[in-house]
Design a protein around this ligand. Structure first.
Ligand SMILES: [Fe+2]
Length: 204
């Protein structure tokens, strides 16, 4: 059961292991990035989405249900409960998730089940792209910082980074050992291109 009090077991057993998974870490970051510059009503929606995913998310693996939310992984009682038929399991739809009410101090009556982290991330990205914000933001992996794309120099830097990633891709894809990395890089570059286009439209 969730507690609003500080809980080191929840952080270490629930959140830390999942953040070691690159796809999940990107998914988690996607929600945080979506909140930057978002209107207040969208902040509430994103907080609800965070609750039903990072805290109480479930996903499918080979047709069986698995828990990945930190609130489940750090609670053996709710972890057992969520895998029973008692709670309702719904498909992953960010728009529906964002308007679902939830209890804080009791087991959840509803869980949203993602097909995979990658699928959940894609759906959240598409949904978050509809947020009206006055500027574009980007996570720069080279400086490990968030950049607000408001000036021409920011956009040019992003364009240069996209180009160098594109040039790097073929050498990754040549080796079967690095194929997963090549796919991750390609998806990252596609996301960067979308951010670049968004920034250019807003600067017009
Ligand atoms: Fe948490």
């Amino acid at each position: 059961m969730y507690t609003p009090e500080p809980d080191v077991c929840h952080e270490l057993l629930g959140h830390v292991p999942l953040l070691a998974d690159p796809t999940f870490a990107q998914f988690s970051q996607e929600i945080g990035m979506a909140s930057l510059g978002a209107p207040d009503d969208w902040i509430d929606k994103l907080a609800t989405l965070y609750w039903f995913t990072v805290e109480f998310g479930m996903c499918k693996e080979k047709n069986t249900y698995k828990a990945y939310g930190a609130g489940l992984l750090s609670s053996f009682g709710e972890l057992q409960y969520c895998l029973t038929d008692k709670p309702e399991k719904r498909g992953f739809d960010p728009d529906k998730i964002a308007s679902t009410k939830y209890p804080i101090t009791e087991f959840q009556p509803v869980y949203y089940v993602a097909d995979s982290f990658a699928d959940a991330k894609d759906k959240v990205s598409q949904w978050a792209a509809t947020i009206q914000r006055p500027f574009s933001v980007r996570y720069n992996p080279y400086t490990q910082s968030i950049e607000v794309l408001q000036r021409k120099s920011h956009v040019l830097t992003l364009a240069r980074d996209i180009k160098s990633n594109f040039l790097f891709l073929p050498s990754l894809a040549l080796s079967e050992r690095y194929m997963d990395e090549a796919v991750r890089t390609l998806l990252f570059v596609i996301g960067e291109v979308a951010t670049l286009v968004d920034a250019l439209v807003k600067m017009k």
